[in-house]
Design a binder for this molecule. Structure first.
Ligand SMILES: C[S@@+](CC[C@H](N)C(=O)[O-])C[C@H]1O[C@@H](n2cnc3c(N)ncnc32)[C@H](O)[C@@H]1O
Length: 363
């Protein structure tokens, strides 16, 4: 934590040196993300996993196709990844998976492999390039009417995803892995939110991982996924759920419950209010079991005490990260305002899922 100093107090040489260290530490923080992305791209976690969870530098180099001339550089990369807790190292040249890198390792095909989230969502050049345009976006008159993404790329995030197949499939695969992990805990700890429900539509439900998990846990629930046509076209067939290609701003199929996981944080308030109004049209009254379930961040609602700092920092980092595509991570009063403007009467925030919460919203 930075030492607070009065403006007119002369900084000692030692204080200046300490401040310099902290400044450089923050300036270099992006290197952690780049090293993580390199490890995911090179599939280093999978290589260590295939060796039974422990591998030497030469094992990693030979299994990932790293050229002999780059061996010394691999050592440098692995040192950063070890100091940041992605891997552990018992001696200088033997590396092990940690719980974090296990999430990047599981066979590559596993539905819990979060590599596509690192590569396709967070450490994605389209997001990084857009975030570099923040000063221009904040100050340039011509940029005032555009989103940060449009300033940097000349189209919206979803227009790019529709045009670039590879980009879209990474996003879809990443969302399946993210949903698999979160739904296991949600269905264990918050099972009751689906009790008595006979139909559910997962809006922006991607390739259906959330709906499939609900359908497995509650076979009596009729589960539908609504997403854009190019996403639905690539979704794997699943007999327990139906896919509907459409636009959530136009129409949402009727159901007892509309679920929105990681949707509203992609949109500004006026868009969220429109989506929520469509949701309200799709569900029955509260007495008849109608509600919207939102899985998203409520900034300030942290996770377990042991992870509170990481959770809070992740929330505010995510808020600025979402700026890249005109999204927002909201605090409770910001959520309450959009619920009320969309015509909902009440809401309930339930225990956090890591850094995210479950919000039940009632008509
Ligand atoms: C961040 S992803 C979340 C996916 C999924 N709900 C999850 O959390 O795993 C946002 C999803 O919204 C979908 N989407 C974007 N615009 C949409 C629209 N107008 N109508 C329906 N779905 C849309 C995207 O295709 C994408 O699948």
């Amino acid at each position: 934590m930075a030492h607070v100093q009065a403006e007119n107090e002369v900084m000692s040489a030692d204080d200046r040196l300490q401040a310099q260290l902290e400044l450089y530490h923050h300036s270099l923080a992006f290197v952690k993300s780049m090293a993580l992305r390199a490890a995911a791209d090179l599939r280093i976690p999978e290589a260590i996993h295939r060796r039974g969870g422990t591998a030497t530098l030469s094992d990693i180099a030979s299994d990932t196709g790293i050229h002999a001339t780059k061996f010394a550089h691999l050592r440098r990369l692995m040192r950063v990844l070890t100091i940041t807790g992605i891997f552990s190292s018992s001696s200088d040249a033997v590396f092990k998976l940690t719980p974090v890198s296990r999430l990047l390792a599981e066979g590559g095909q596993s539905s819990c492999n979060l590599s596509p989230v690192v590569v396709g969502v967070f450490v994605n050049p389209v997001a990084v390039t857009a975030l570099l345009s923040i000063p221009k976006w904040f100050t340039d008159e011509r940029a005032a009417a555009l989103s940060l993404f449009e300033v940097a790329h000349g189209c919206t995030r979803w227009e790019m995803a529709a045009k670039e197949k590879g980009d879209s499939s990474l996003l879809d695969a990443g969302m399946v892995a993210d949903s698999t992990i979160i739904m296991e805990v949600l269905l264990r700890d918050s099972h009751s939110i689906f009790e008595g429900v006979s139909s559910l539509v997962d809006v922006g439900g991607g390739h259906g991982a959330v709906a499939a998990a609900v359908a497995r846990a509650f076979p009596e629930v009729n589960c539908t996924v609504l997403d854009l046509p190019h996403v639905v076209a690539g979704a794997p067939a699943n007999e327990s759920i139906q896919f509907v290609a459409g636009d959530m701003f136009e129409h949402i199929p009727s159901a007892d419950v509309v679920l929105l996981k990681w949707i509203l944080h992609c949109w500004q308030d006026e868009h969220c209010i429109n989506i929520l109004r469509r949701c309200k049209e799709a569900i029955p009254s509260r007495d008849a079991g109608g509600k919207v379930i939102i899985i998203d961040m409520v900034v300030g609602y942290a996770g377990a005490a042991s992870a509170e700092n990481v959770s809070m920092e992740t929330q505010v980092l995510s808020d600025v990260y979402k700026m890249y595509m005109d999204g927002v991570e909201r605090e409770e009063d910001e959520w309450a305002k959009i619920f009320s403007e969309a015509g909902f009467s009440d809401y309930k925030i339930s225990p956090v899922l890591g850094f995210r919460s479950i919000i039940e919203v009632y008509p």
